[in-house]
Design a protein around this ligand. Structure first.
Ligand SMILES: [Zn+2]
Length: 281
């Protein structure tokens, strides 16, 4: 395992990358996004190189950022064919409704409802202050998803296998002005036979609702595709007959939440991968 640690004054970064069969899998873990602009002059210049905060602010146009954003944290999986998938906070936050997107991104209405119930929250704005995102990773190299009826074999995943690689990366988190929590993180584990990823957005608005948007990604080494499953589950807390302590445990509460939305996709790899290399020579 290659582990590079750069200890800069304010940017401690860890990068790890390993090869598994035809895949290169790695991640960078970064510092938290600073809350003040660090290079005011350069950031004010339209041609200048912006600091990460100004870059995020200009792209996202959110009235405010989550309390904690990990701007340079990224998990990547690259196949020898050039196709792959990455997970980044910026891409996840681009799918949060800021009131400026067109119809391409479906903005949830439930926040308006929850806002009425949580009357001490911010003023009405066309902005989803719960930071709800349906992000399911960023595909690269033409790794386009198509709908499938195939499902991830969860029984296979339950079989005991050695874990060769594991990481849990936080992308962003917000405490909703002490009214709950919104957290988006991605976990990966690589085993001798396969890799499995769980990208989870967990939201709890105290006394109002719990929502979990999960993306599960699974690939069995040697096969010609990757499966991606997205599910959105939510319930009003008043309708959940579970102890309140369970509301803080996404893994516990998940099984009590009704399914609201789902998407099952297959990402195809060129088959066989060796043919691609042969064609070039
Ligand atoms: Zn700046």
């Amino acid at each position: 395992m290659d582990r590079v640690v750069n200890d800069g004054d304010c940017s401690v970064k860890t990068t790890v990358e390993e090869k598994f069969h035809d895949w290169t899998i790695g991640f960078t873990k970064s510092h938290i996004l600073h809350s003040q602009c660090t290079t005011k002059e350069a950031c004010a210049d339209p041609e200048g190189k912006k600091c990460l905060l100004c870059l995020y602010s200009s792209i996202l146009e959110l009235p405010h950022m989550p309390d904690m954003v990990f701007p340079s944290s990224v998990l990547w999986l690259k196949h020898a064919s050039g196709r792959g998938i990455e997970f980044r906070a910026l891409d996840a936050l681009q799918r949060v409704c800021n009131g400026k997107q067109g119809i391409k991104i479906a903005c949830s209405d439930s926040w308006k409802e929850s806002r009425e119930e949580a009357s001490n929250m911010t003023e009405f704005k066309p902005f989803d202050w719960t930071f709800t995102t349906d992000y399911s990773g960023s595909v690269i190299g033409g790794f386009e998803p198509t709908p499938t009826t195939e499902r991830i074999d969860l029984d296979k995943l339950k079989q005991k296998e050695r874990i060769l690689f594991y990481e849990d990366l936080m992308l962003f988190e917000d405490e909703l002005h002490d009214n709950g929590i919104a957290v988006c993180s991605v976990k990966i584990r690589v085993m001798p036979s396969s890799f499995y990823i769980l990208l989870r957005f967990f939201l709890r608005v105290d006394d109002v609702l719990v929502r979990i948007n999960d993306t599960r990604i699974y690939h069995e080494f040697g096969t010609d595709h990757v499966l991606r499953e997205y599910t959105s589950r939510e319930a009003k807390i008043a309708d959940l007959k579970i102890p309140s302590v369970a509301l803080t445990e996404p893994n516990v509460v998940a099984s009590h939440l009704p399914l609201v939305n789902s998407r099952y996709e297959k990402l195809s790899l060129p088959s066989p991968p060796a043919a691609v290399v042969a064609a070039d020579t």
